[in-house]
Ligand binder design. Sequence first.
Ligand SMILES: C[S@@+](CC[C@H](N)C(=O)[O-])C[C@H]1O[C@@H](n2cnc3c(N)ncnc32)[C@H](O)[C@@H]1O
Length: 226
Amino acid sequence: MATRSFDPALVHARMDRMYRPQRFVYDATRKFYLLGRDRLVDSIPARAGDRLLEIGCGTGRNLLRLGRRCPGVLLCGVEPARSMLELSARRLARRGFAGRTRLAWGTAETLDPLAQFGVEAFDHVLASYCLSIIPEPLPALERALAVLAPGGSLHLVDFGPMDRLPPPAARAMRAWLARFGVAHEPDVRAELERRAAAGAGKLETVEIGRGYAELLRFTLPARPGG
Ligand SMILES: C[S@@+](CC[C@H](N)C(=O)[O-])C[C@H]1O[C@@H](n2cnc3c(N)ncnc32)[C@H](O)[C@@H]1O
């Protein structure tokens, strides 16, 4: 559920302003600091017939990797920056994935699986370095969990607390990320821990690079309430 102040039009405008000028150098530059993406993507146990959604799919690089590794999986992506969405659509089509790709211009907070992708729910939802750029990530997290099918999993990779990095390095990194409105979001993990403790799912965590980044996987019970 989006907060009262949430305005998708502002998100579209902000993200397009940020990403339109850098979309063609995005992948080449991000590989040096968006760590753990391939590890997360390669750990997703998607099987033929599964429905997978990436929230904030950007240039489509994760969907492309998934498409190559997981034949027969429906690849869906939602992205607020029109420029990025168009780029990912072109790339996925060029690589021959158009037939099993569905992309939508939208936000995590306003996800509507049936209207946007023609499916009731997803077996896998992925968010890669996306929640850290959302100023209030909990409504997005809540929506991502709400669109999961029973037994489905949410797969997250994002900046971690950086608490075991040398303090000057952690300070410099946090300050640099803040220039782009990006920050580690401890509330996301805390919310997933709270849900796991309440029996609403199982949480698995992996730390990368002394807390630089973290992978979180939250899996719902196979039957609601089970
Ligand atoms: C750092 S990029 C990561 C892109 C891609 N997931 C990757 O791993 O390369 C963050 C992405 O999240 C998108 N984004 C920002 N706010 C969003 C929101 N409210 N809902 C969905 N996506 C959002 C941005 O437009 C951008 O494409």
